[in-house]
Unconditional design. Structure first.
Length: 260
């Protein structure tokens, strides 16, 4: 059975379109040194970056990243972080008298200063996944409605897209400023564009929330297996009746994702 293209293709940004893992680590490290300047290191920077990359799938919002580094350097077992990150995160917030608001401001201001003083080095730490830029340009040329739904700040997303010669109107980028769960944003998009939406995300938790939302039962859900996922995420998604596993090669072949 052939499937018609969706009314709207909604895409996460980090881990779906763009790999910013190197920038995440560097920004997190800068903020970490602000908060814990005197702490001795138990790992080399290379070892920290490797572990940070392995554990990045637990992060849902950028302010958590310096706390992930703190958990790593305190020797928190990786399995504990993967299985119960919210508990680990909240314990660190209390132990060091920190808040999500303060950490978020530190992360954003660190990025701002970096872009203002050396934007080329900041930009060089971001890589659009192979084939993604050409695919987005092709879909736009074909008139396929697109939206980006992300927890990253809209201005950072818009800047990176512009540098890649991709132009999305501001109203097509739904960033952290929305201060709403992705389910609410998707419901609003569905009311504008109609059903069915297709939604591509690399965070399993976000897809499960959509799958549990009755108003979005017509939405097709895709887990980006090339993004910040774990083997456990992929296995759970594969067993879920609503979620499709999607490879990067398949992603670039839109709209044939559901072809038999």
């Amino acid at each position: 059975m052939a499937h018609s293209p969706p009314s709207l293709l909604a895409l996460d940004f980090d881990g779906v379109l763009c790999n910013g893992l190197r920038e995440y680590f560097q920004t997190s490290w800068r903020v970490y040194r602000q908060i814990w300047p005197e702490q001795s290191l138990t790992l080399s920077l290379e070892e920290m970056e490797w572990k940070f990359g392995q554990l990045r799938p637990v992060i849902t919002v950028g302010w958590e990243m310096p706390l992930l580094l703190r958990a790593i350097l305190e020797g928190t077992p990786s399995q504990e972080i993967l299985q119960d990150w919210p508990k680990v995160r909240d314990r660190l917030l209390v132990a060091y008298h920190l808040s999500a608001t303060d950490l978020g401001e530190r992360v954003d201001s660190s990025r701002d200063r970096w872009i203002q003083t050396d934007w080329q080095s900041w930009l060089a730490l971001h890589d659009f996944y192979d084939g993604v830029v050409a695919a987005l340009q092709r879909w736009q040329a074909q008139g396929q409605p697109l939206a980006i739904v992300t927890t990253k700040e809209q201005r950072f997303v818009a800047y990176l897209l512009e540098q890649a010669d991709l132009f999305f109107p501001p109203e097509a980028i739904y960033g952290k400023e929305q201060q709403q769960p992705k389910t609410n944003i998707l419901k609003a998009l569905q009311s504008t564009y109609g059903a069915p939406l297709w939604f591509v995300e690399d965070r399993l938790g976000a897809l499960l929330q959509v799958a549990a939302t009755p108003e979005l039962e017509a939405t097709e859900l895709f887990l980006a297996t090339w993004g910040y996922t774990t083997a456990g995420d992929r296995a759970q998604a594969e067993a879920h009746p609503r979620i499709h596993l999607l490879s990067l090669e398949e992603f670039c072949q839109f709209p044939h994702w559901l072809s038999p």
